[in-house]
Design a protein around this ligand. Structure first.
Ligand SMILES: [Zn+2]
Length: 416
């Protein structure tokens, strides 16, 4: 084994150790006592179930991450990448097609290996805790559809990358970045309209009390409603959720049907006010901006490493190629993406506080907002006492108790 292989494997081990240690800290942080704020929402039994759910999922994810870590290390050390590369080259195609075969085979193998894990997660864990509604047919169709989409989009982007780095020398990273920017913008428009409907049914919210309440609020806030949709989340799970997506004409606010069943009109309007807050405060734009800066940085670094012989030595390759360079760079980049992920979560958590604040300030029913958050936690068996470090590393939303106390601090000003 050469020094470069050792560096790459150490990176992988470091990330795994940090994540595993965080998960263990997180498990140690649970307590039997129901937080005062949630008394009357969680009974002792249900609260215990929520902790069992956390334990089960933590053990599962530990098993999952260890399995793939060990597999990847064995694959690297045994020269698996070179083996696949020799096979891809045996067809005698050009570099782009060869690259597509090389990456396609690797991705396909990973995806197939993931199937038993996701089946276990859905049909054993989610089932046991009463969440699962997914049928075997939906499960299989979901996999096939996501492969098709990943194949088309991933294949197109990967081919372009190879082409740029083959033909544009030291400026290739700029072209690659420009292409990814265009792709990402295009996807933001296209995703809600073309891709999401492949997985779920979206129906405009029907006339009635809820729609009236939301439209009144939107009018008051001068918010042009573009699309307010109900999604058949119950097709897969009893879990509740709401989200916003898209830009301009294609923007949508989506409520899960399961959420509508379980919340009052005022709670739902609060949840929507929060989502509109994300729009009004420009969070989508800011998120996109951050991910583009991130991409620029990544491509810039990639341009330094893509042809480095040491990178190919690390993976025991006989031949140097642009396509393999891109994939190997992914391993090298993992500590950096570990950090950018943390930054993006910090930004996202701030946005959540800001959107909560926006909802409370404009809809002026903070107690219903607090109720909505509590019901969301109970219905989804959320962990009420995550460890601070876990939150810092992985939480895109602040823990519920912190969101609630942030709202309470403002409640004096707005009484329900
Ligand atoms: Zn939000």
């Amino acid at each position: 084994m050469n020094i470069y292989t050792i560096v790459i494997i150490s990176f992988m081990l470091c990330v795994w150790i940090i994540e595993t240690a965080t998960d263990l800290l997180n498990l140690k942080n649970i307590s039997d006592e129901i937080p005062q704020e949630f008394e009357g929402y969680f009974d002792a039994q249900k609260y215990k179930t929520s902790q069992d759910y956390l334990k089960t999922n933590t053990v599962f994810s530990l098993f999952y991450s260890s399995f793939f870590l060990i597999l990847q290390i064995i694959f690297i050390v045994c020269g698996g990448f070179n083996f696949v590369d020799v096979f891809a080259r045996s067809f005698g195609f050009n570099e782009i097609l060869t690259g597509l075969i090389f990456a396609g085979l690797l991705m396909f193998a990973v995806e197939v290996l993931k199937i038993p894990f996701s089946a276990y997660s859905i049909f054993v864990i989610e089932e046991k805790f009463g969440f699962n509604k997914t049928t075997a047919k939906t499960f299989i169709l979901d996999i096939l559809k996501s492969w098709l989409i990943a194949g088309i989009i991933g294949g197109a982007v990967f081919s372009l990358m190879i082409w740029f780095f083959l033909h544009f020398g030291s400026l290739a990273w700029l072209y690659a970045f420009a292409a990814v920017t265009v792709f990402e913008l295009l996807l933001t428009f296209v995703y809600p309209v073309l891709i999401m409907p492949l997985f779920n049914k979206y129906t405009p919210l029907e006339d009635g009390e809820l729609k009236n309440s939301v439209e009144n609020y939107a009018r008051q806030e001068n918010f042009k409603m573009k699309g307010l949709f109900k999604m058949d989340g119950s097709k897969r799970s009893t879990k509740t959720n709401a989200f916003f997506t898209g830009f301009g004409k294609f923007r949508r606010i989506v409520l899960f049907d399961t959420l509508i069943q379980k919340h009052s009109v005022s709670e739902l309007t609060n949840i929507l006010a929060h989502e509109m807050g994300h729009f009004k405060l420009g969070h989508i734009r800011k998120g996109l901006f951050f991910s583009l800066i991130n991409a620029a940085f990544m491509f810039f670094l990639l341009s330094f490493f893509i042809n480095s012989p040491f990178l190919f030595e690390a993976f025991f390759m006989q031949n140097i190629s642009v396509y393999a360079g891109i994939i190997f760079f992914g391993f090298l980049y993992s500590p950096v993406s570990f950090i950018t992920e943390i930054l993006s979560n910090i930004i996202s958590r701030r946005h959540e506080y800001a959107a909560d604040n926006y909802a409370v300030r404009t809809y002026k029913k903070p107690l219903d907002m607090i109720n909505a958050l509590k019901k969301l936690s109970v219905d989804n068996l959320s962990n009420l006492s995550p460890h601070k470090f876990k939150v810092f590393l992985e939480y895109s939303h602040p823990p519920m108790l912190e969101r609630i106390s942030a709202i309470r601090r403002k409640t004096d000003k707005f009484k329900n």
